[in-house]
Design a binder for this molecule. Structure first.
Ligand SMILES: [Zn+2]
Length: 391
């Protein structure tokens, strides 16, 4: 009996030490998340990032601290229907500036790796800017320069839409699309060269395969994949094929994993389609009443939250995608680009940014060393940021 009590006490002790140690490691490591859409969400819904948005969003300022995020790249985004995308991008940047100005003790606008480290040491959220969609420069290198001057440090060459100089993954994979050109035009190659010159990371999430290869062959700096996953595990157009992953490693770039269930779990899309079919009549009536499609979808997701919960990808798939990249090319080319607040279905347990320590726990359980975990959580991204800097 005594022996049993001793073994039990030892077990509880070691379980507790394990719990403490992953949390300690998580909060001591520098966690950089390279994609979050909370700016668009706040503008759309009139929310304040520095208020408590629990239950309404995946992120807010205090929850980012609770999740152990040290550096966050905020996505500047609009779709192709926006008439003045450059002006809109600037308005979104104004929003981030306002948040930083209101919270000088908690946030710091960061444009390089030295400033990022200063923010970390001052326990402030290193707040970075990434422009998601090349259409926002309106075919002008001057506008690209202005976005850089305001702090933008990556630009995703396309969002889901094509622009006049680059084709997207969505349209390149659509067999019914009539493409005027495929990949990067000559001007598109100039955009990549100009980004290399001024020190803005070339982000190849969302781009079509031809654009990807044209950009990889044009860039002289390591590329960023700010929020994508592995095609072999989930064959959707937004994910990366093995030859692309190998090319990114060869280029010295980094793939930041997206948490969207539809990019992680190959069984998700059929489940989502079944949900749509089940609730089609209700969705149609909402849209007939003048509600936009995203509103109708979100309304139904909230109303049938129990069904939605079962649709979400199992948590372990984030780690499976990560392991796949590590086994294919090594531990130096992967990181975190959650896409929180830009996705409707994060995996089970990853309800919001405060769940981030679970990733570190799972990495420990899968046998990753502390050194490798620090690389995955942030140092791989910082390496790419640094390699793109122009002094
Ligand atoms: Zn995106």
């Amino acid at each position: 009996m005594k022996k049993f009590v001793f073994v039990l006490a030892a077990f509880i002790f070691f379980a507790d030490v394990h719990a403490q140690s992953y949390k300690k490691l998580h909060f001591k490591s520098i966690l950089c998340d390279t994609h979050n859409d909370i700016i668009s969400t706040c503008i759309e819904k009139g929310y304040r990032f520095d208020s408590n948005l629990t239950g309404s969003t995946h992120s807010d300022l205090n929850r980012m601290f609770k999740g152990g995020i040290d550096a966050q790249v905020f996505s500047i985004w609009c779709d192709e229907t926006q008439q003045q995308p450059y002006a809109f991008a600037n308005r979104e940047i104004d929003t981030l500036y306002a948040w930083v100005n209101r919270n000088p003790d908690k946030m710091m606008l960061v444009t390089n790796s030295d400033e990022l480290m200063q923010a970390v040491h001052q326990h402030k959220l290193a707040s970075m800017i990434g422009v998601e969609g090349g259409h926002m420069i309106e075919n002008s290198l001057d506008k690209l320069d202005s976005l850089y001057a305001r702090g933008t440090r990556y630009m995703t060459l396309t969002w889901n839409n094509n622009n006049e100089w680059a084709t997207s993954a969505k349209s390149e994979s659509d067999t019914t699309a009539h493409l005027v050109h495929k990949g990067l035009t000559d001007f598109g190659k100039q955009v990549v060269q100009h980004m290399n010159k001024i020190g803005m990371m070339v982000d190849l999430s969302h781009v079509g395969e031809q654009t990807f290869w044209d950009a990889i062959h044009t860039t002289t700096k390591p590329v960023l994949i700010s929020h994508s996953d592995v095609y072999k595990l989930c064959p959707v157009y937004r994910n990366l094929k093995d030859d692309q992953i190998k090319a990114i490693a060869k280029n010295g770039g980094v793939i930041q994993l997206n948490f969207y269930s539809g990019f992680l779990d190959s069984t998700f899309n059929p489940k989502e389609q079944a949900f749509e079919k089940e609730h089609k009549a209700e969705k149609d009536s909402l849209m007939k009443a003048g509600k936009p499609e995203f509103f109708a979808d979100n309304y139904l997701f909230l109303k049938y939250a129990d069904e939605v919960k079962d649709m979400r990808a199992p948590f372990h798939l984030i780690l499976d995608h990560l392991d796949y990249i590590v086994k294919l090319v090594g531990v130096d080319y992967v990181g975190m680009g959650s896409d929180f607040d830009g996705i409707s279905f994060p995996p089970q347990q990853m309800d919001d940014v405060t769940a981030y320590p679970l990733i570190t726990k799972a990495l420990r359980e899968r046998g990753y060393s502390k050194k490798d975990i620090r690389k995955i959580l942030g140092l791989n991204f910082i390496r790419v940021l640094k390699a793109n800097e122009v002094k």
